[in-house]
Design a protein around this ligand. Structure first.
Ligand SMILES: C=C(O[C@@H]1C=C(C(=O)O)C=C[C@H]1O)C(=O)O
Ligand SMILES: [Mg+2]
Length: 468
């Protein structure tokens, strides 16, 4: 890693080009500059045409850090089963030959990959998800990082041995100036088109819930999460930035994410963290067990208490805590888990919530923890392999990236992945929505159906749908 001070992108690219030629390799060049306050959604929306199909968005639940990526400086994809280690190895390899300016900078700035992973690489891929590889992470050409009042723009390029650094620098300068002067101060969402929802055979889904609950009572496994889908047919184009804007306003305690590939955009507002790494500290959250929100504070409180003391929901939750605790123990020391869950309240639904923390052992990386954890029994089931096989066999659809890990990892190895639930795959005037429920021995098909209906509400409402 070269130590360079106060150089502009031209000089950095010139250095990169020399090194690329000398060592006959690709060299990552990355520069972080402080910029005036910018609205990350305005930035994302502005990129709709110049960076069509190459946009990424991320916000954590506190909105402490918001990332918006445009364009692609480098893409890491993998289809195989060792996709987590594969991405990690290629990322580390690229970072080894890099020139960064400034050399040290704030978390969430500088070179970082944004993207995610499919739920199950062994499920045959349907056409709908063809633009989403089983692992696909992008180093954005331009990354806007917003942390409170502070804003930075990272410009990334990967220069190849034969590449001319001067014309690349000219292009990057031009694009950068265009973004800095062209992105409006705020983003105004487009009016949502009207739409119809189409459901695929609800009775068949309920039957598979009943059948699965019976198998669980017979001891075949402990828990399986079964998902169903809803198709949205709109009267006009569904605009990802406008949907994100409404999710941002309406789903205040959730992660926001968007991953655009080609003509599709996969986006959502997930309440569920898979894992976060900050230095040596790892954090995961167990989120499973659900009940609706009340229409008055009293009713809401009563429902919350009912959830906390409900046997079926406690079983659903405990299976998740057990698995995440064990996964943490294989990669971390000082693993801490509270004895009892608390309530996590989102817009339309409340869940049982237990945080799990630990300290990294040497060699435990963020993606190695993603690999250990995914899928947790909050999305898959328990035991892991058996439940994923059941899902493969019983769900008559391809989950694609639904319920997969989505997030970012930076040059230090810090980052965060959420579980891509409460999400939709948006394609022009169509969207595909997914929602799943943790099935245990006591599950009742009608109540699970109702629970999934509530889980569709945030994303439907952000699309401008009538409140269902
Ligand atoms: C699978 C989903 O949600 C998961 C299932 C839950 C449950 O069954 O109680 C609760 C939270 C999530 O872990 C989804 O929203 O699609
Ligand atoms: Mg449930």
């Amino acid at each position: 890693m070269s130590m360079v001070k106060q150089l502009d992108i031209r000089e950095l690219l010139a250095q990169g080009a020399v090194r690329a030629r000398e060592e006959d390799c690709e060299v990552l060049v990355s520069q972080v500059i402080p910029v005036k306050p910018m609205d990350p959604l305005a930035f994302f929306a502005y990129g709709a045409e110049p960076y069509a199909g190459e946009r990424s968005f991320w916000a954590d639940p506190n909105r402490d850090r918001i990332l918006a990526g445009l364009g692609t400086a480098y893409r890491v994809e993998a289809e195989a089963e060792d996709r987590f280690a594969g991405v990690e190895a290629r990322w580390r390899d690229l970072l080894r030959k890099s020139i960064r300016e400034p050399h040290t900078h704030r978390n969430g700035t500088g070179p970082l990959l944004m993207g995610g992973f499919s739920f199950d690489p062994l499920k045959p891929k349907s056409g709908r998800w063809e633009e989403y590889a089983d692992a696909s992470m992008v180093l954005p050409r331009f990354l806007l990082t917003v942390a409170g009042e502070d804003c930075w723009l990272t410009v990334n390029a990967v220069i190849r041995p034969a590449e001319d650094p001067v014309s690349l620098a000219d292009r990057l300068e031009r694009e950068k100036q265009d973004l800095l002067s062209g992105v409006p101060a705020t983003f105004t969402p487009m009016e949502s088109p009207s739409f119809e929802t189409v459901e695929v055979d609800p009775e068949a889904w309920k039957r598979s819930v009943a059948e699965t609950a019976r198998e669980i009572r017979e001891g075949v496994m402990e828990k399986v999460v079964l998902a169903r889908q809803l198709r949205v047919e709109a009267s006009g184009r569904l605009a990802p930035a406008s949907i994100l804007k409404r999710l941002q306003e309406q789903q205040t305690d959730c992660f926001l994410f968007a991953v655009e590939r080609g003509a599709s955009c996969f986006l959502g507002a997930s309440p569920e963290r898979l894992v976060r790494r900050n230095g040596k500290r790892f954090l995961s959250t167990c989120l499973a067990g659900s009940i609706r929100r009340g229409s008055s504070p009293e009713e809401d409180e009563r429902l919350g208490q009912e959830l906390l003391s409900d046997g079926k929901n406690r079983v659903e939750h405990e299976v998740v805590v057990h698995m995440i605790r064990e996964a943490f123990r294989t990669g971390c020391d000082a693993v801490e888990v509270p004895e009892e869950p608390v309530l996590y309240k989102a817009g339309y639904i409340q869940h049982l919530y237990t945080p799990v923390t630990g300290r990294a052992r040497p060699g435990t990386t963020l993606l190695s923890m993603v690999k250990r954890l995914h899928p947790t029994p909050a999305l898959g089931g328990y035991p892991q392999e058996k439940s994923v096989e059941k899902i493969r066999e019983k769900e008559r659809m391809d989950r694609g990236w639904y319920a997969g890990p989505v997030g970012w990892v930076d040059w230090r190895g810090d980052g965060e992945f959420a579980v891509a639930i409460r999400s939709a795959l948006v394609k022009g005037d169509q969207a595909f929505l997914f929602a799943g429920c943790g099935i245990v021995g006591d599950s009742d098909p009608d109540s699970e159906y109702e629970e999934a209906r509530i889980k569709f509400r945030p994303i439907l409402s952000a699309m401008g749908g009538r409140d269902r």
